[in-house]
Design a protein around this ligand. Sequence first.
Ligand code: 2F8
Ligand code: CA
Length: 477
Amino acid sequence: MELNDFMGSKSGSTYDRLETPKTRNAKNPGGDTAGGRCSRLTAVCLGLLCVLLLTAIIVLWVKFNHLATQSDYLQRSVHNLTVEKEGLEASHKNSVGEIRANKNKVTAEKDKLQTSYNNLIKEKDQLQTRYNILAEERDQLQANKSTVTTEKDQLQTSYNNLIKEKDQLQTRYNILAEERDQLQANMSTVTTEKDQLQTIYHNLVKEKDQLQTRYNILAIERDQLQANKSTVTTEKDQLQTVYNNLSKEKDQLQTRYNILAEERNQLQTSNINLTREVDWLRNNNKNLTREKDQLQTNNNNLIIEKEKLQTRYNNMTLERDTLRSNFNNLNNLNKQLQTTCKSKVVDIHVQLGWRSFGSSIYYLSDEEKTWSDSRHYCQDRGADLIIINSKEKQDFAVKTVGGKRAWIGLTDRHTENVWKWVDGSALTTGYWLPGEPNNAGEEDCAEVMGVVMKEGWNDIPCTNKNRWICEKSITDN
Ligand code: 2F8
Ligand code: CA
């Protein structure tokens, strides 16, 4: 727009002064002069200069517009930033104000809390101090209470004893007073009689001596009564003094009792704070008392049961002693009977051909049987084949069998060369003949030989028939 205007304005002066060849030729159609060429060169140069100027102007214009746009943008940005800055400053001011206000509030609250805290600390210390003082006072009062209670109990006991003694003295005093009254009555009677006698004395002179004598006697009696009266009076006075002293002491005790009662009331007042503890202790005490009562009841029941058990134990002890005595008697009787019985058994067996040796009896058969049949014979009679486990028994067996031979209770028929006795015990010491046992032809049973120079054991077949020796213990049963 402005460019066109600019160019228009410029063309008005420059283009009016330029001439194209056509126009020049039209003006000067005759020829091409040096001036004309110079003019055209100048015109061309001017045209180029114009173009350059125009280009520069356009570039500058564009740059100007760009700078103007940037300037507007920057101005708007500055404006916006300024607005934001103002808003931020305002909000900052508000925030700073709020923060300052809050800070002041917090500081004030903190100060209040600090003050409250300090006050609480002080109150706590004061309470702690008061609590410690109260605790000490409570302990002292507790101690004083215990002491006062003990003293009060002692005084009460003393007071009761004094009251009893006072009552006894009063009773004795009353008795003495009655006796005194009786004596006074008697004395009055005697005095009356004396007056009568005095009258009679005047009237009956003859009887004067007798009456004088009686009078003297009566006078003596009177003197005695008078002396008694004096004594009674003295005792009465002493009793009165004692009674007065007792009354004084009673009054003093009453005064001290009143003082103690006041102190007790003060202590009771002071102990109000301890009432809870006391109640708690009482509750505990009640529970403990209940438990104690239950335990007491249990204890009583246990004592009753224990006494019953003791009675039963005593009865049972008596029964046991009786039974033990009976048992001992029966045991002795049993031993006697066993001894007698064994003796009888031995006698009977001896009569039947058995021989006694040690604590057993032995039987040497006349018959001959196999080893097993021989053993059955013995077993049928409560015996078994002989077991020879000592030199003494070996000698006895050799002697019993004489010049013959007999089965003994020894065999290895279950395991070859493992010899065992009939009671299952293993053979430890054998009295075998030289070279025996040799198992010469399945020889599993043992015999004892009593032949001279051939006294010992030999193994032979169990099916052989042989004599045998039975052994029966008389200590069994
Ligand atoms: O009858 C068997 C018996 O024969 C001999 O004794 C007589 C044997 N003695 C010797 O050989 C020394 C036994 O061992 C044998 O049992
Ligand atoms: Ca043999």
